[in-house]
Write a protein that binds this ligand. Structure first.
Ligand SMILES: Cc1cc2nc3c(=O)[nH]c(=O)nc-3n(C[C@H](O)[C@H](O)[C@H](O)COP(=O)(O)OP(=O)(O)OC[C@H]3O[C@@H](n4cnc5c(N)ncnc54)[C@H](O)[C@@H]3O)c2cc1C
Length: 498
């Protein structure tokens, strides 16, 4: 008899787990509350535009390649990847506009212009980040941690020094570069990891290798092609999917997960349950009562990654001032992070991101139109009124138009939709409306992040951004491999070979 596995949620973590367990011979059923797969990487269509709802940066291509390789496939069997050149455009609010390419020499020349000697320092720095990347992926990221002893091994202490785990990103970068613009360029990715450079371990410098050494990719058709591809993999191995099937409760009997109950009352039995729903919701709602692992007070003390103020815009005519990925960096960087993490309020002079996928992909917008996705990181646990949001929307659009010099941006909008913290809560039961989950400060990384097993309930596992390794599509694919390692009692720290 095949073992039955139920997976709650068809986010990338749930889909990846479904594919892996189906390949291992489990009878897999994925239950998804929405009417499509992808979770935060869902898509919607409006007035001839197709909008990716969440992620837009396809980074760490080697992690995706490795994942598809576990099935004897290549990414190219499912996706047509385009390497973006430039990788992105940065507008410093106080002036300069610069394009960055996945080219160390090119970036070194820009940094040298800003700070004498920084070019050569950057070349040395980036070699170190490449080593950090290798150490992290070959020994840290693909490992399940159960106790501090798993983490504090001699090897890890040695490698941990290389990884710069115990210094913050900002203090590490300050040792290298005096020019604030350079530090901003090397730290901005933290926002995507849901963190501030003032509290995130310098381990995340490895993202600079990802950025300058590997480059930024885009799957033609949109990011949503990725969850579709992984779902296809899962289907090819026999996994089943039920859409619009929301789980209300995880059934636990005699210390074992026995199945789930849906909101419509349907009960489904299983030998293994894997939750891809947000960690807080799984713990406090799907489990709750005697099986809840952490108190609400504990959850309330967690540092949440930012929420997001998102606009999906259809623009008449092309917007030549933009490339595919565009960022505006706040003049007062420190204050901007403080407004997100310390003294929560809608940032007045924010750093923000504008994605224009139609620059690369004509299928996401009607002819002679541009598809724009605007994201402003805002604090979680604060919900501004509709009136405040309306005013913010106007201010943000004016700011973008001014910064990039786009004439008549607002007048050219032919379709629009706004998405904020309340929507993240409604769609994903996300704690405090966080867009991404738990922030990646040191206290919420590795052994200090909620584990992917329940301490008392057997055969219950967790997958996705809320557990290890954490936030972001590549990390979530790794989380699926970590859940599978649990099921196989595999305690290794290296990427699985099959
Ligand atoms: C705006 C935004 C931009 C981002 N940008 C990037 C980027 O550029 N690059 C990158 O790599 N990452 C990015 N990320 C992060 C990345 O998208 C996420 O970390 C990742 O997709 C999360 O995957 P997950 O497996 O944790 O599941 P999720 O995507 O959170 O999916 C969980 C699924 O579970 C379902 N579910 C929840 N509760 C239930 C229930 N009770 N019953 C049934 N189903 C349920 C939900 O409907 C959902 O489909 C971004 C995220 C956001 C929000």
């Amino acid at each position: 008899m095949k073992q039955r596995a139920i997976i709650i949620g068809a986010g990338l973590g749930g889909l990846a787990t479904a594919a892996l367990l189906a390949k291992d011979g489990y009878e897999v059923t994925v239950l998804e509350k929405h009417d499509q797969v992808g979770g935060r990487a869902r898509v919607f269509e409006q007035d001839g535009f197709r909008f990716d709802m969440g992620p837009s940066w396809y980074l760490m291509p080697d992690v995706f390649e490795h994942f598809f390789g576990l099935f004897g496939k290549r990414v190219a069997d499912y996706l047509t990847l385009q390497k973006l050149d430039p990788s992105y455009r940065i507008k410093f609010a106080e002036g300069e506009l610069v394009d960055f390419r996945a080219d160390v020499d090119d970036a070194a020349a820009i940094f040298e212009r800003w700070e004498v000697g920084a070019g050569d320092k950057f070349r040395t720095y980036i070699r170190q980040t490449e080593e950090q990347y290798r150490v992290a992926l070959d020994g840290f990221v693909y490992k399940n941690y159960d106790s501090l002893l798993d983490f504090v091994t001699l090897k890890n202490l040695k490698d941990g020094r290389k990884l710069d785990v115990f210094r913050t990103m900002e203090s590490s970068l300050k040792r290298w570069f005096k020019d604030e613009r350079i530090r901003k360029v090397l730290a901005y990715q933290l926002v995507f990891l849901g963190s501030s450079p003032y509290s995130t371990p310098a381990l995340y410098r490895l993202m600079n290798h990802v950025d300058f050494g590997m480059g930024v990719y885009y799957p033609m058709g949109g990011i949503h092609e990725l969850p579709q591809a992984i779902w296809k993999l899962a289907q090819e191995h026999g996994a089943a999917l039920r859409l619009e099937a929301e789980v209300e409760r995880i059934a636990v009997e005699n210390g074992r997960a026995r199945g789930v109950q849906l909101t419509d009352g349907t009960k489904l039995e299983a030998d293994v349950v894997v939750s891809n729903a947000d960690g807080h919701w799984t713990d406090t709602h799907l489990l709750g009562g005697e099986n809840q692992v952490y108190s609400q007070a504990w959850w309330d003390r967690r540092v949440l990654a930012p929420s997001a103020f998102i606009l999906y815009l259809g623009i008449k005519g092309r917007v030549r001032e933009l490339t595919h990925h565009n960022l505006i960096f706040s003049a007062d960087w420190k204050k901007n992070f403080a407004q997100i993490f310390d003294t929560p309020e809608l940032p007045a002079d924010p750093s923000l991101y504008v994605c224009a996928p139609s620059v690369t992909d004509p299928t996401v917008a009607p002819k002679d139109h541009e598809n724009l996705f605007v994201l402003v990181p805002i604090p979680p646990r604060v919900q501004p009124s509709e009136q405040q949001l309306d005013a913010y929307e106007d201010a943000i659009l004016t700011f973008i138009a001014e910064q990039f010099g786009i004439a008549d941006l607002t007048e050219r909008i032919v379709t629009r939709r706004r998405y904020t913290g309340v929507d993240f809560e409604a769609d994903y039961h996300s704690q405090g409306g966080t867009a991404l989950g738990l922030a990646h400060n040191l206290g919420q990384t590795a052994v200090w992040r909620p584990n992917n097993t329940h301490p008392r309930v057997k055969n219950l596992y967790y997958v996705g951004a809320g557990t290890n390794p954490g936030i972001g599509m590549p990390m979530v694919l790794v989380s699926a491999q970590l859940a599978r390692k649990r099921l196989k009692n595999d305690t290794s720290s290296t990427p699985p070979k099959e």
